[in-house]
Write a protein that binds this ligand. Sequence first.
Ligand code: ZN
Length: 107
Amino acid sequence: MTIPVLFGFGKGAKQLGEGFVHLCDNCNNANRFIVAEVSRKASVYFVPIAKWSREYVYVCPICSYGFKIPSRELAQRVLAAAFRDPTTIPDDLAARLAEAISQADGK
Ligand SMILES: [Zn+2]
């Protein structure tokens, strides 16, 4: 499994919670990955007028290596399932995360 996209936690990234325990391909630490929401805002004279391109990412807490989660619903399911048991990824979620990774690979 390769995780090709590197995300920094810049402005607009909000940590939503912890996901499952993964062995990071980049830094080789086993940790609970972080689910975060990233949004960019439009501002006029520093007053935010709009929020758009909200995205969800799933990243290593050590090195911020990770990939995009394609939907809010999937991000929330990862958080809910990992809250119950962070060491066991249900098969359907594992399949959807693998799909998200392969989509990121295709770029
Ligand atoms: Zn890492």
